[in-house]
Design a protein around this ligand. Structure first.
Ligand code: ACO
Length: 376
């Protein structure tokens, strides 16, 4: 009799972890015990990064030192040779390919690259978390034939990224929205990309390698790539009036609707409501609510017909689009935030490591006879 569990490791508990808790029935998400609803209201992405890595909320002194480090130009800037590598890439290279290639190349410039001690890993963690927004924004500028904009150490991670993308300091609402989006995406237990990072770290490979593995997993449309697909669907639908018939037809054709469903949540993803509110506030500010209206109708139809609920990816793209961010940059933005969680998991894995090496149940032949090539 087969000993294989449900496909896709569904419901398999692989390890203990102190970092993140998801209650899929109640629709709750906790980082280190703190409800994301409270963190969204009272904290910031930069503080959440500290919380995830260190396991507790910082004192004022700890937070000041952490924020100073994460905003420091020394940590945020890309080595000039890294910019040269970006310039050498074909213009058509997708932003996620650039992020994957970029993080891999950045390890070659990192003085602690191969050192897996906790102190060295925290130094690398600070650099790679600070560099990722610079990398994403630099590629946006380079592919448009413009010069990258240097990071501004006076600006928060959220404001600095929007500044480096557009050359303009963001409005307070755009900064706050972006900060909340980063906070909401920062960790999510043993999701596919985090598991990929942990498997890689468990071979005692280094932090950059674990992050590159995670980026590869995040790129897929069943995971982080879904937010991009949602916006492409919104563009295809075109106007709120067309949303209902579009979705009815898509569901009748058994299409998978991106931004819905989840392996763990049986109710609405607790992150979706925050992103809907922010997308709607930004839409009002820029005077274009059509994406939010389309998504509201899509949401009603999909939930009524299929009993599946919006996930984090449904409204995030509408918020980013209202800030003028191109669709193919949505998943890199996800990576800029989730890197905080990947790092927390690599630190936890390295602190109490055992190689992750599951088994498969072999279903192939067992007594195949080798036939010489001339006789096949
Ligand atoms: N649209 C239509 N039907 C769906 C969807 C969807 N988005 N999600 C699940 N279903 C249906 C499936 O067709 C299947 O129905 P069936 O039993 O009649 O065949 C049933 O629900 C179960 O689906 P599975 O794919 O087996 O569920 P699983 O837990 O493996 O999938 C996943 C989870 C991959 C997230 C899925 O819901 C999906 O593909 N969603 C769309 C992509 C997406 O939004 N991904 C982002 C997830 S959040 C994140 O990673 C950040």
């Amino acid at each position: 009799m087969s000993t294989v569990g449900k496909a896709g490791l569904e419901d398999v508990v692989v390890s203990t972890s102190d970092i993140c808790f998801i209650d899929g029935r109640e629709g709750r998400l906790l980082y280190r015990g703190f409800d994301i609803d409270d963190l969204v209201e009272q904290s910031s992405f930069e503080e959440v990064v500290f919380l995830l890595w260190q396991g507790h909320l910082p004192t004022r002194k700890e937070l000041d030192a952490h924020v100073k480090a994460i905003r420091a130009t020394a940590n945020r800037k890309l080595p000039p040779k890294m910019i040269a590598i970006l310039r050498a890439l074909p213009r058509k290279t997708t932003p996620m390919e650039v992020v994957r290639t970029g993080v891999s190349a950045l390890s070659a410039f990192d003085p602690d690259a191969a050192d897996n001690s906790r102190d060295a890993s925290i130094r690398k963690a600070m650099r790679v978390t600070a560099q990722l927004p610079t990398l994403v924004a630099a590629w946006e500028r380079i592919r448009r034939g413009k010069a990258p904009i240097a990071p501004n150490p006076k600006l928060s991670t959220a404001a600095n990224f929007l500044y480096m993308m557009t050359g303009k300091k963001p409005t307070p609402l755009a900064e706050q929205t972006f900060d909340v989006a980063l906070t909401l995406h920062a960790d999510h237990e043993f999701n596919a990309s985090t598991f990929a990072a942990r498997v890689t770290a468990a071979t005692l490979s280094d932090l950059h390698s674990a992050i590159v593995a995670a980026i590869g997993a995040l790129k897929g449309p069943l995971h982080g790539g879904a937010n991009e697909q949602v916006m492409l669907m919104v563009e295809k639908i075109g106007s709120p009036e067309r949303a209902e018939s579009f979705i009815k037809k898509a569901l009748a054709e058994k299409a998978r609707i991106m931004g819905f469903g989840h392996r763990v949540y049986r109710v609405e993803d607790p992150r979706a409501k925050h992103l809907r509110r922010l997308a709607s506030e930004l839409g009002q500010q820029v005077g274009d609510m059509s994406a939010v209206r389309i998504l509201d109708t899509v949401g009603r139809e999909v939930t009524a017909e299929k009993k599946i609920y919006p996930n984090v990816d449904l409204y995030s793209g509408a918020a980013y689009a209202a800030m003028g961010i191109p669709t193919d940059q949505f998943t890199p933005i996800f990576a800029m935030s989730r890197v905080a969680g990947w790092i927390a998991h690599v630190l936890e894995q390295h602190a109490n490591n055992r190689l992750i090496r599951p088994r498969s149940e072999y279903t192939g032949p067992t007594r195949a006879t080798y036939v010489p090539i001339e006789q096949r």
